[in-house]
Design a protein around this ligand. Structure first.
Ligand code: SF4
Length: 351
């Protein structure tokens, strides 16, 4: 009997699977020593090894370009550290916190904004650190929403997840729990009935936000995993990262947003790629991102429109970065509004 396929974690395992990364072997060893590798069987199966530009490979297979760190890049590109009052908690906005239960993921993305912090060797919160994190949330009544992130919180067993959610359920002022994950797409079998039940709380709303970047990631198995969550009453949103050579065309980005909506997942954020070390080859310009958003606005249902956002480097939070369809005319204080075909129309000033 053949053994079940495993997650690929070493360069030699990638080569044995026919997913040979291009480039000098010594340089690739340096990449692998610095940044974690993991490609689940579901993602490995999607890669077309004959295509040097395969968009799934580009997200997960190490690239020697990762050795080039630009001056503007930073190990903490969105500034988590200045907003970390206790280990594992990021309190950047008044009404919500991030809670990083684990630093482990099912896959390691080559563009990850926390690539210096996540990986199989990264430490998880100790029981004492977990106690301190829950105590911090309990002591801050302004915290309305807790976002479980990481790492990938759905890598935890249903029992550990249930324990964490039950502790949050005991905090009266926390009303909403949001779970950021790639698991329904990259390892759909992990979305078991037990895990779905662990996510459901009687007293709080739990949202699952799926991170996926290319429509091919939404396989039949991934769609079934999402349906298990949605059918159980867990609403889903999406987030995607705009990536050069992966989804930076109107056709691919539009197909991704439509695939989300077909899965009953409301497109939420399209992130401009963060200034993480060694990721310049995967970033677009903001101007490119705005052009793509205009194309989506012109082609797709309103249900398929995400908000294009930038996490401002230094920890200043997220802001929508356009494009802008409204501008004030200097001549007569009227507004000029652009329609979905690019036509401009006057909206009169108040009389
Ligand atoms: S799943 Fe998220 S946290 Fe994990 S490597 Fe990918 S982007 Fe980073």
């Amino acid at each position: 009997m053949n053994a079940a396929p495993k997650t690929l974690r070493q360069l030699r395992e990638l080569r044995a699977a026919g997913l040979d990364p291009a480039g000098d072997r010594a340089a690739l060893d340096q990449v692998a020593a610095r940044y974690a590798i993991a490609i689940t069987p579901a993602m490995a199966d999607l890669i077309d090894a004959a295509d040097p530009h395969d968009p799934i490979a580009r997200q997960f297979i190490p690239d020697i370009a990762e050795l080039q760190t630009r001056p503007e890049e930073s190990p903490d590109p969105i500034g988590d550290h200045p907003h970390t009052p206790v280990e594992g908690v990021v309190h950047r906005y008044p009404d919500r916190v991030l809670l990083k239960l684990t630093a482990v993921c099912a896959v390691y993305c080559r563009f990850c904004f926390r690539r210096e912090m996540v990986g199989p060797g990264a430490h998880a919160l100790s029981p004492a650190q977990l106690d301190a994190a829950f105590a911090y949330i309990a002591a801050h009544p302004e915290i309305w929403e807790v976002i479980l992130t990481g790492g990938d919180p759905l890598i935890l067993s249903p029992r550990r997840l249930r324990d964490a959610l039950s502790r949050l359920a005991e905090i009266e002022h926390v009303k909403v729990i949001r779970v950021h994950t790639r698991i329904p797409a990259v390892d759909p079998d992990r979305i078991t009935p037990e895990l779905v039940q662990a996510l459901k709380l009687e007293s709080k709303a739990t949202y699952v936000v799926l991170h996926a970047n290319h429509p091919r990631e939404l396989t039949a198995e991934a769609r079934a995993a999402c349906a298990r969550l949605v059918d159980a009453g867990v609403p889903m949103l999406s987030q995607s990262v705009l990536l050069r050579g992966v989804n930076d065309s109107p056709e691919v980005l539009g197909a991704l947003m439509r695939a989300f909506v077909e899965c009953r997942i409301k497109p939420y954020y399209l992130h401009h790629a963060d200034l993480a070390p060694g990721t310049a080859h995967l970033r677009t310009t903001i101007e490119d991102g705005q052009t793509l958003m205009r194309a989506l606005h012109g082609r797709l249902s309103g249900l398929c429109q995400p908000t294009y956002v930038l996490d401002i480097p230094g920890g200043h939070g997220k802001s929508p970065i356009g494009p802008i369809y409204l501008r004030q005319r200097e001549s007569d204080a009227a507004c000029e509004v652009e329609d979905f075909n690019g036509g401009r129309h006057c909206y009169p000033p108040p009389t």
